[in-house]
Design a protein around this ligand. Structure first.
Ligand code: B1M
Length: 216
């Protein structure tokens, strides 16, 4: 019974049916399945399959967005349940992420944030148009070991360098890795501004994040 419900959740994510993901999550909770088991046995494997299909070109961006939305809605249902049971996800690392100052493009950054959360990162999503100092302050507050900087405009990309410089100035650079991304951002730009890594999409960002925190 419980494995069937979890399989349904996996299938709903792969099918890109957020309503079914939400229904399946509610049914699983009602059947007494622990929230962590729903995440580990339903949501995470489902999103992994979606990510793999995206990487191989079988799925496209809209598939990723729709499935991520289902995952996000399901996580919103499970978060208070986890809290009530005092269960915690094993954290792969703590990441502070946002779209840099002057830039309000949200979708790609949120996709990356969701995929990181799905893969066990504690994610502090600061949103869009984030002032440089806000990244620094939250890294200190959260004890983050990773910062993710998104920029979609050629005119705001330099905001990524500003954050890296500010982290250096605050003495935080040795304890935190920085990854950058966004449509105009390239590996060369990442190297030029002293970032630790660049990812071209949300799936690659998860792989990169895991590699970066392993080398701190
Ligand atoms: Co804007 N916009 N936009 N826009 N917009 C672009 C980026 C643009 C390329 C369109 C174009 O002209 N062809 C162009 C930029 C040109 C340039 O600088 N080279 C542009 C412009 C000019 C503007 C305005 C200046 C327009 C104006 O007002 N004159 C204005 C700027 C506002 C501002 O930010 N200050 C503006 C506004 C907007 C909207 C508000 C209307 C809207 C955003 C809505 C929202 O986010 N809530 C919008 C949109 C939707 C776009 C396009 C059409 C789509 C962006 C998107 O969401 N893509 C975009 C054209 C395009 O990119 N083809 C465009 C889907 C998303 C999933 O992909 O964000 O690339 P993306 O994220 C990917 C990867 O890049 C990567 O992973 C994601 C998932 O695969 N990634 C990371 C992203 N962040 C990452 C971080 C990482 C790692 C990977 O590590 C931390």
């Amino acid at each position: 019974m419980s494995s069937e419900l979890l399989a349904q959740i996996v299938a709903s994510l792969v099918a890109g049916d957020p309503d079914a993901t939400v229904d399946g999550t509610r049914q699983a909770l009602a059947a007494g399945i622990e929230p962590l088991a729903i995440i580990d046995g339903g949501l995470v494997p489902g999103m992994r399959i979606v990510g793999e299909k995206y990487s191989t070109g079988e799925y496209f961006l809209p598939n990723l967005i729709v499935s991520a939305s289902g995952m996000k809605q399901a996580m919103a249902i499970l978060a208070p349940e986890l809290k009530a049971r005092r269960q915690h996800l094993t954290s792969s690392g703590t990441v502070v992420i946002g779209t840099v100052r002057g830039d309000i493009h949200e979708i790609g950054k949120s996709l990356v944030a969701t995929m990181l959360a799905v893969n066990g990162f504690e994610v502090h999503d600061l949103g869009v148009d984030v002032p440089t100092d806000a990244f620094v302050a939250r890294v200190k507050e959260a004890g983050a070991n990773l910062v993710g900087l998104s920029a979609l405009l050629t005119t705001t990309m330099h905001g990524q360098k500003d954050v890296i410089d500010a982290l250096t100035k605050a003495g935080l650079r040795p304890q935190v890795k920085v990854m950058v991304g966004g449509a105009p951002v390239t590996r060369k730009w990442a190297d030029d501004i002293g970032a630790d890594g660049w990812a071209h999409d949300a799936v690659a960002a998860v792989d990169l994040a895991i590699r970066l925190v392993a080398h701190i």
